[in-house]
Design a protein around this ligand. Sequence first.
Ligand SMILES: C[S@@+](CC[C@H](N)C(=O)[O-])C[C@H]1O[C@@H](n2cnc3c(N)ncnc32)[C@H](O)[C@@H]1O
Length: 222
Amino acid sequence: MNNREVSALEHYELLIDEGNDPCRDPENLKKYMERWDGENFFRSLKLDSDKKVLEVGIGTGRVADKVLKKGIKEFVGIDISINTLKQARENLKDFTNVNLFCKDICEYTQKEYFDIAYSVLTFIHIEDKEKAIQNMIYSLKPEGILVLSISIDNENYIDYGSRIVKIYPTDMESYKIYLERNGCEIISELENYDNIIWENGEKSDSYGDKIATILVAKKIHN
Ligand SMILES: C[S@@+](CC[C@H](N)C(=O)[O-])C[C@H]1O[C@@H](n2cnc3c(N)ncnc32)[C@H](O)[C@@H]1O
C-alpha cells in the first residue's frame, strides 16, 4: 500500500472538497448505496409522526432525507465532519424539525431523549464500539429502538485510490454482546444482499453477496 493514510475525519472533509455528495448522486448510484439501508432497514425503524430520531454519522443526509420524508416529530443528526454537516444543512434545509451537531458519538451524551437511534455505514470507522453503543442506548427512552446497519468488511483499510483509511471491522457477536450488556435486547438480525441489476441488464460486481447486517435492538433498562 503506497497511498497516503488519512483519518476518517480527514477523508470525509476531503470528500466534500472533492464535490462528493451522496444526496446528489445519479439514481443508479443512489440505488447502489441503498444496499446498506433499503427495505429491511426502514421497516425496522418503525417511524411515525410522534418519533424523535437520532442519526449517528449523518454524512450529507442521504438516509436522513428519506427518514424525514416519512414524517417524524424531531430529528437530530451528529457527525464528526464540519464540512459534511454544512452540506447536510443545505440538503435538509426544507425540513424545520432538524438539528445537526458536530459531535463524535463516543462523546455524545443526551439522556433518554430519543425514540429511535440509528446509524448506517458509520460504525466501521469507530474503534471503541462499546462506548458508541452505550451512548446511543443512553440517548434512548426506555423501550426505544436502536438500529445499526453494519457493512460486511474483512480488511483493515479502505482504499479510496489516492488515500487509504483505517477501519475497525468487528464480528456480529461482539455487537450483540455490547448491546445486551448495556441494556438492550436483540429484536432481529436481517441480512442485506446485493440484488442490483443495472438498466442494461448487467448484474453488479457483487451481485448475490451479503453487503450489510441490520441489527435491531430495544432498550429494556439503563
Ligand atoms: C460512510 S459515511 C455514512 C453517511 C450516512 N450515514 C450514509 O449512509 O449515507 C460515515 C459518516 O460517519 C461520520 N463519522 C465517522 N466516525 C464518527 C463518529 N465517531 N461519530 C460521529 N460520526 C462519525 C463520518 O464523518 C461520515 O460522515
